[in-house]
Design a protein around this ligand. Structure first.
Ligand code: ZN
Length: 377
């Protein structure tokens, strides 16, 4: 088989996309050629992308409004309506077995997941309800800490609280993957200390290659490997390339300050806050899109490093499509994923290892942490 043939023969699983955040409020029909963003159904087929973890990202602003769960439910509903509209081409997968079945039937699938543990509003009943609806991972935090876990950007508790440990145990018990992207290092280790099934970092890179707080140290990579988990490598230029990150950092800090001021100023004016945050996003987004992204080889360097430090069984893809505004041009949208496979072969990865990176590692973790629980193991 040629590399392209392997790509389309393999089951390709991507750990994270924010397409629903992009499309929900604009009412896009994701079953059509949207011409927008980085992912829609036609481009998933052209890119050989079989299964996409579709993030229901709950922005921190919903915490203050006490509408975090409501926002998550709305986003989950929109993924379900998308799939329901295209039953011949798309399915919602609730297990690794579902992913394999859909792929065999020539369909792509979305796997529901929640980004931001504040979505459960400190209620294990809500967590279980999300699971009933098909949610198969939750990032314990986004960049904001919540009342039971610290994030990589905000420390309130010194890691995970006792209730946070209960959340992790309950996720393990019911069969929802614990996603440790975005969390503080202490939260990461606290969660792994109580986890009894493999965890994931759905969209993170290697800290040693790009010293960003969202990336994982070699110690973290080894700890996740001991747990049996997997890291989905993020395609974002600012996580892939130190040079890109350094040149962007000053602008980021200005953006953070402006965001903080806007959150404070418009705290009683949701519409005003939306407009202000959108303007700030556009301002820094635009600036970023004008900067030169790293090459595809820069991205493959992270895959190679994680494979070396954690092992080939512990690395996968976590593009962050539609959540990022700069990525290597060669893989600018999901339709370009075959190019990544070609590059993996050029860089010397053997076919069985390429298949693991493309999807089998994620599927193995799902089988251990989700399918086994659904079967009552
Ligand atoms: Zn994220």
């Amino acid at each position: 088989m040629t590399p392209r043939e392997v790509h389309f023969d393999a089951i390709v699983v991507d750990g994270h996309a924010d397409t629903i955040s992009r499309a929900l409020d604009d009412g896009e029909d994701l079953g059509t050629e949207t011409g927008k963003g980085q992912l829609d159904l036609p481009r998933m087929f052209r890119g050989g992308l079989d299964a996409q973890f579709m993030a229901c990202y709950v922005e921190p602003k919903y915490v203050a409004r006490k509408e975090s769960a409501k926002r998550a439910f709305r986003m989950l509903d929109s993924v379900k309506r998308w799939a329901a509209k295209y039953p011949d081409r798309m399915a919602i997968a609730r297990s690794a077995a579902d992913v394999r079945r859909a792929a065999a039937a020539g369909k792509v699938c979305a796997i529901l997941c929640i980004e931001g543990g504040h979505a459960i509003e400190d209620d294990l009943g809500l967590l279980r309800s999300f699971h009933e609806l098909g949610v198969r991972y939750m990032t314990l935090t986004w960049n904001n800490a919540n009342s039971w876990a610290d994030s990589c950007r905000e420390s309130r508790h010194g890691g995970l609280t006792d209730f946070g440990r209960e959340v992790v145990r309950e996720m393990n018990r019911i069969g929802m993957l614990v996603d440790l992207s975005h969390v503080a290092e202490k939260t990461f280790y606290d969660a792994l200390a109580v986890a009894d099934t493999p965890a994931i970092c759905s969209h993170s890179c290697a800290r040693v290659l790009c010293d960003h707080v969202r990336n994982l140290t070699d110690d973290q990579l080894r700890a996740l490997a001991r747990n049996g988990g997997v890291v989905g490598v993020n395609f974002y230029s600012g996580f892939v390339s130190q040079a890109f990150y350094d040149s962007k950092k000053a602008g980021d800090e200005a953006g953070e300050a402006e965001r903080g001021a806007a959150m404070e100023r418009f705290k009683d004016d949701p519409a005003g806050m939306d407009a202000a945050l959108k303007a700030i996003w556009t301002k820094y987004d635009g600036r970023e899109a004008a900067m030169a992204p790293p090459s595809l080889d820069g991205l493959v360097d992270h895959i190679e490093h994680i494979a070396k430090v954690a092992g080939i069984a512990h690395v996968g893809l976590g593009s962050d499509f539609d959540g990022i505004s700069s990525l290597p041009r060669e893989v600018g949208t999901c339709e370009h994923l075959p190019r990544l496979t070609e590059r993996l072969f050029e860089r010397g990865f053997a076919e069985p290892d390429v298949r693991k990176i493309l999807g089998e590692n994620f599927l193995r973790v799902m089988e251990a942490s989700i399918d086994a629980r659904l079967a009552g193991a």
